[in-house]
Design a protein around this ligand. Sequence first.
Ligand SMILES: [Fe+2]
Length: 366
Amino acid sequence: MNTIDAETLRSWLEEGRQVIVLDVRSAADRASWAIPGSLHVDAYAELKAHNAHALDGVSLPADVPVVTVCNSGYTSQIASKQLKARGIEAHSLEGGMQAWSLSWNTAEVPLSGSSARVIQIRRVGKGCLSYLIGSQDKAMVIDAALRPEVYLDLAQSRGWSIVAVLDTHIHADHLSRSRVLAERSGATVYLPNQERVSYPFTALRDGSTIKVGAVALTAMQTPGHTLESMSYLLDRQALFTGDTLFLQGVGRPDLHASAEETQEHAHLLYQTLQHLLALPEDTLILPGHSNTPMPFDKIPLTASLSDLRNQVKLLQLSESEFVETLVARIPPVPPNHERIIELNQAGRLIENPIELEAGANHCAIS
Ligand SMILES: [Fe+2]
């Protein structure tokens, strides 16, 4: 059987190689998450029924390889067989969209007033954004959400050794890989000061500064999404906001909280955002998530604070309007969030996190 794994497809897309990704899932499955640029044919039921003509209506060039994709990699094999019978070079994506959830790409963030280099690492099948910040021969990582080798290899290829790993908060939608990355790299783990995490870490308080190479990262307490949430300001230029402020919205205030606490968190988030809005207009905002799949386009997901002030309508509301709107718009609770929080507090990873972390991200309210 001619299959390829998610890492191979990832590297083909990152290299810009010519390939057609053919998504054969149902329209409903595709609606929740898809590989950017992929073609879609709603042939799932027909393929499962082994209808030999399921893909007859799909016209494909004969000289471009095709990768067929379904939910878990079985139906896509039927599809690739049918395409091969038509003389097309076809491969089925092993593990389907489930395996794709660990896929990633990178984009460099241009910074004018800092000597740091910032690489945005996007977990494309899930929406998590992490950051590798390098200066001289050292680097730090914020919100590691992928296996440690991804960060270690990216750092090594630039001549950096990772000396600090940080999380913006205790995540509820994915397992933090910060502890394991620190173990692999010998780096120090820095976390916002709180009493929930039970493994050793260095606590950051409002105003704490970490110096790496020639650059400084300053912690800002930004409670609201969660009580311990912090944002990190790099050389007064770029602000890593975690799940506090996104390009299209703000963080949800309800996870791991009662209805009453949700109200309190929403008020705190309003105060936090006022505090952030007082930073210079040209501060570059680098969020912890995106709610749309990121193409392999090398374009970083970022915006200036002044752009966000116009773009994110919630930022224009009064405190009472903000709290009322936020509470009214709370999205569905992510399926396994309590278990994920528990593992993140214990600093534990599980062997196969794909199922636990399944599903698109729902951390934002817009
Ligand atoms: Fe979060």
